[in-house]
Design a protein around this ligand. Structure first.
Ligand SMILES: [Ca+2]
Ligand SMILES: [Ca+2]
Length: 171
């Protein structure tokens, strides 16, 4: 079995999952080590849920069983680091996507911010939400707007906009 270690150092070769940046890999390594208290090189599957939760993804027990079954390739009942990375890479937010999303939202924002004031009156903002998701009831729009206009200025600036859009996106 020759697993040609052509790529640099860290072993992300097994399983599917996306390419991770060094930083992301470090986060996973730290999380893994924190839970691999006995330094066995593996973590019990029941802590995987906890780690994913720390990463911002709460899975139901069923979902968790499913993904663990999928990624515990040697069926050891434990996740070795490679198995863990393969699994977790599906839950780590890809940085590029975030940048792309930010750019996209910036464009949306500018489209509505016709006079380039750098902010939108809340009424205009509600119109955007209606357009993006016609199913949102009006009262809910009011709640969202209350929440998003964190400084109560009656306007939504790009950072406030970004905040609420990405929160929704990653929910
Ligand atoms: Ca295993
Ligand atoms: Ca504001």
């Amino acid at each position: 079995m020759s697993d040609t270690a052509s790529e640099a150092g860290e072993s992300t070769s097994s399983g599917a999952g996306k390419e991770l940046s060094k930083d992301q890999l470090k986060v996973l390594r730290d999380a893994f080590n924190a839970f691999d208290k006995e330094k066995t090189g593996s973590i019990p599957t029941d802590v995987v849920g906890t780690i994913l939760e720390l990463l911002g993804h709460k899975l139901s027990e069923e979902e968790l069983d499913e993904v663990i079954e999928e990624y515990d390739e040697d069926e050891s009942g434990q996740l070795e680091f490679e198995e863990f990375v393969a699994l977790a890479s599906n839950y780590v937010e890809p940085e590029e996507d975030y940048e792309a999303l930010r750019k996209e939202l910036r464009e949306v924002f500018m489209m509505y911010d016709k006079d380039a004031k750098g902010y939108l009156p809340v009424e205009e903002f509600k119109a955007i939400l209606r357009e993006l998701d016609g199913a949102v009831p009006e009262e809910e729009l009011d709640d969202i707007v209350d929440e998003i206009d964190a400084d109560g200025s009656g306007t939504v600036d790009f950072e406030e906009f970004m905040e609420v859009m990405t929160a929704d996106y990653y929910a």
